[in-house]
Design a protein. Structure first.
Ligand SMILES: [Zn+2]
Length: 218
């Protein structure tokens, strides 16, 4: 195992700890993957975060073949297909974070109620139709819902966030969870006023023109 691979494995474990401490994730439900050359690394199935170790992170190629040992997260289908279909994305984070999941249970898209939604690359975060966890069907829905975006909700399930690296994927996951919380809060007292597509285009242009990354968009 190369030094670079060990570092990436450690970074994946660090991200899992971060998700647990920030409340983005609890227990063993979340999972993380990162592209590494012509294969990808993914968190193992059913291992609690405190027990994760670098050699327990599973390597898999883009045909779904496990390289070495281990049992990948049951959601390896959508990790594989998203990384395969979107060469510009190198990291995927999946969580059942409370507010994103609550909105996903309403099977609603997150609309442009706040300009920061542009962090996911457009004027909405779509909610993918329901399919059983761990299936190719769920993966196909996720690939469609996240088209031109860096995040989508999964109906009655949770959130997927992606980025050019793990830092960006984590930043997108954190921001979308926070936006879902704000949106649900606003919905409790009224109907949030949505930004127009013109207003959102201006935000997206500004995010692009500053060339800022996901951590620096405020
Ligand atoms: Zn899940």
């Amino acid at each position: 195992m190369s030094a670079e691979s060990i570092t990436l494995r450690q970074r994946i474990i660090q991200a899992c700890h971060q998700m647990e401490h920030s409340g983005l994730n609890r227990g063993t439900s979340g999972n993380v993957s990162c592209r590494e050359g012509d294969y990808f690394l993914i968190t193992p199935s059913g291992v609690p975060v405190p027990q994760l170790s670098p050699d327990g992170i599973v390597a898999m190629d883009f045909t779904g073949k496990i390289i070495g040992e281990g049992k990948p997260s049951s959601e390896w289908h959508f990790h594989l297909n998203l990384l395969k279909n979107r060469p510009e994305l190198n990291a995927i984070v999946h969580t059942h974070s409370p507010h994103a999941t609550a909105l996903a249970c309403l099977r609603e898209d997150l609309p442009a109620f706040h300009y920061m939604i542009a962090i996911a690359g457009g004027d909405s975060v779509r909610c993918a139709p329901y399919a059983l966890f761990g299936t190719e069907a769920l993966s196909a829905h996720a690939v469609n819902a996240i088209k031109d975006r860096k995040a989508c909700l999964l109906a009655n399930h949770g959130l997927i966030a992606a980025g050019r690296d793990l830092d960006e994927a984590m930043a997108v996951a954190t921001e979308i969870e926070s936006l879902c919380q704000q949106y649900l809060l606003a919905r409790q007292t009224g109907q949030p006023v949505l930004l127009s597509s013109e207003e959102m285009r201006a935000v997206i242009d500004r995010f692009r023109s500053y060339g800022r990354n996901a951590n620096q968009t405020h």
